[in-house]
Design a binder for this molecule. Structure first.
Ligand SMILES: C[S@@+](CC[C@H](N)C(=O)[O-])C[C@H]1O[C@@H](n2cnc3c(N)ncnc32)[C@H](O)[C@@H]1O
Length: 208
């Protein structure tokens, strides 16, 4: 198993050597399995398990300094692999509008988009080189409306900002506020529970 070669290597030097691979031409010759093992290793050993790339698509999260990260969890990996290889599971790497184009009446769709930043300084929206700004949030809301009109059941999570509350006001009676643990924040005092919203386009008895 390719991940085994990274297993006992939780050092800053090794981490940056592996992180650096997508900045050199050798990256293009890595197999899909080698790339997957690299990203699992980085995810387990980087700062707060964050996924972030720079404008050139290069992974740029610093080393995490964990004492004993569980780099290779064979049972979980095998279980997830078995599940994802079921014939009814299809993974798409595409825009959200494209991904739900063929959704039919009665289908259930969950959206977990990049979160609207809670304050201007907390502008962590750069998951990828394209970012996800408020125009994108508005475009996603139009897709939710379209799915609603087509009879699909939709669930969406986001941060509880004025902008998002306003955007989803049509679903007002089906917005649920939940406290979510967040440790992806550069300032440790800002980590902890924050309000998130769950928007539904259908009612669930017992949920307030
Ligand atoms: C909050 S994360 C979701 C994390 C995921 N649910 C998980 O548990 O790992 C938001 C995701 O939206 C993706 N994203 C950004 N723009 C997108 C787009 N236009 N269409 C589909 N997905 C997009 C980002 O790449 C990122 O993975």
């Amino acid at each position: 198993m390719e991940l085994k070669k990274h297993q006992e290597k939780n050092s800053s030097d090794y981490y940056y050597e592996v992180r650096n691979l997508d900045r050199i031409s050798k990256y293009r010759s890595l197999s899909a399995v080698e790339r997957a093992a690299r990203i699992i290793y980085l995810n387990k050993t980087c700062y707060n398990g964050l996924f972030r790339v720079n404008s050139q698509g290069q992974f740029n999260v610093p080393f995490g300094r964990y004492k004993k990260p569980n780099i290779l969890d064979e049972d979980v990996l095998k279980a997830v692999s078995k599940y994802l290889n079921k014939p009814q599971v299809k993974l798409l790497n595409t825009d959200f509008a494209e991904a739900v184009k063929k959704a039919k009446e009665g289908d259930f769709i969950y959206f977990d988009p990049p979160y609207d930043p809670v304050s201007d300084t907390a502008s962590f929206t750069g998951y990828d080189a394209n970012g996800f700004n408020r125009n994108e949030q508005e475009r996603l809301k139009e897709v939710v409306d379209d799915l609603t009109a087509r009879g699909c059941r939709v669930m969406l999570s986001n941060s509880q900002t004025d902008f998002i509350m306003d955007l989803y006001q049509d679903y007002q009676d089906k917005i649920h506020i939940v406290k979510a643990a967040r440790n992806i924040n550069s300032k440790s005092f800002k980590r902890g529970k924050i309000n998130e919203i769950i928007v539904l386009n259908f009612s669930v008895s017992g949920l307030s």
